[in-house]
Ligand binder design. Structure first.
Ligand code: PLP
Length: 401
């Protein structure tokens, strides 16, 4: 039996990472230096996006992107209720109005049919949708081809919150995010595929959007002669927009570039963990393993397992307690955003508005998912889970009770 403890996710730091960071510490540039541009170039070539702006967090990336896309009070922006708060909060930062469209129960990403209905319903009320923030939940890309068609037909902006989906592929393409969406957002928080401690990025093929983002991340200040009203000398700069200090440091970017080199291995190890879970857990009637659509190569930021607690004696709280005694600490992703008091009180959402996301929430647990989990760890985790649930599963392929 293993004596290690497990959480739903954890970072992986190696000696190359440490050397990369210490090299920057001894250099002249702790911030605004060459490691920032290098990380942007590395991301750009790995993910086939023409432009990349790295910033201090995924949330900062979403904030700036909403502003750069020109979201204003009165604009309607739609996202999925099954996401981290930041995907929806960025709509509020811009003063725009948030709305949600329920998830598809197979892929757990935004439901295209329901989205089409919602847009048409709004159209009849004389309201136009400004943008859709679609979330590649758990690392499963949305139906981006359909989203692009809808966006072109109705003229809304398309944002990919790809914070879960670094390294995922759609139709074999790792660069689907910048290809289909107007812009995509990444996070480098330690629970994500690669980390910079805190950090985020916006990917886009739109050069003007990227220029705006780079100005907004550093106080709205420009030194670009083509934009400036005049130039008094080499010290001179102008502020044309209200920006922020959302810069990321060279220390962090050096770590990011070092980690990014291992992305392919990280994703294939995560996929191997998922294969094990799929095989062992899918034979238990009370468990639903995550669905994967055709054309999709899932990158498994999370392994969202659904447990039919309604047909068990054990409830989720009890399960969490039993697992925690075995040093396995799971999480739940996510409490649907529209059920947060802030969203209910200020925007009038209520329980029952998005039944698929709500029923998913009631059943979901995120079990440990990270590259360093070995066969023994996985065996310990799945055995402990099944014991705690007081159910059995056949471990061989195709096994049924
Ligand atoms: C992590 C995450 C973010 C925000 O990232 P931070 O870097 O933590 O600010 C946004 N959206 C989703 C879906 C995320 O998982």
């Amino acid at each position: 039996m293993s004596e290690r403890s497990y959480s739903y996710s954890r970072q992986e730091i190696n000696n190359d990472d440490i050397r990369s960071v210490t090299r920057v510490l001894r250099s002249d540039w702790l911030t605004q230096g060459p490691s920032v541009e290098r990380f942007e170039r590395d991301l750009s070539s790995k993910l086939r996006a023409k432009h990349v702006s790295v910033v201090s967090s995924g949330t900062a990336a979403l904030h700036l992107l909403g502003l750069a896309l020109g979201w204003r009070p009165g604009d309607l922006v739609i996202t999925s209720p099954l996401t981290f708060l930041a995907s929806a909060n960025c709509i509020l930062y811009a003063g725009a109005t948030p709305d949600f469209v329920d998830i598809d129960p197979h892929s757990y990403t935004i439901d295209i049919g329901r989205l089409r209905d919602r847009i048409e319903e709004k159209k009849k009320q004389g309201k136009r949708v400004k943008a859709v923030v679609a979330v590649d939940y758990a690392g499963h890309p949305c139906d981006w081809k359909s989203l692009r068609e809808l966006a072109d037909r109705h003229g809304f902006q398309l944002v990919d919150d790809a914070c879960h989906a670094l390294g995922a592929k759609l139709g074999g393409d790792i660069g689907y995010a910048a290809r289909f969406a107007d812009a995509a957002v990444l996070s480098f928080h330690p629970v994500k595929h690669i980390t910079t401690g805190e950090g985020g990025a916006v990917l886009t093929n739109d050069s003007r959007l990227d220029e705006t983002l780079k100005i907004l991340r550093t106080h709205g200040v420009t030194k670009n002669r083509a934009i400036m009203e005049k130039s008094d000398g080499p010290w001179y700069y102008e502020m044309h927009d209200l920006g922020f200090n959302y810069r990321i440091t060279d220390l962090q970017c050096a770590l990011g570039s070092s980690q990014l080199k291992r992305l392919d291995r990280i994703v294939s190890q995560r996929r191997r963990v998922a294969e094990y879970y799929d095989r062992v857990l899918s034979s238990a009637d009370v468990l639903v393993t995550p669905g994967v659509s055709q054309e999709v190569e899932h990158s498994y930021h999370l392994y969202p397992l659904q447990v039919k607690f309604e047909s068990l004696k054990v409830d989720r709280k009890e399960l969490f307690e039993r697992l925690s005694k075995k040093r396995i600490n799971c999480q739940v992703h996510y409490i649907p955003v529209h059920l947060q008091p802030y969203y209910r009180k200020n925007y009038g959402f209520k329980e029952g508005d998005f039944p698929e996301a709500e029923s998913f929430y009631r059943r979901e647990i995120s079990i440990p998912m990270y590259p360093s989990l070995g066969k023994d760890d996985l065996k310990y985790i799945t055995t402990s889970l099944l014991e705690s649930l007081e159910v059995q599963a056949f471990h061989q392929k195709g096994g049924k009770r």
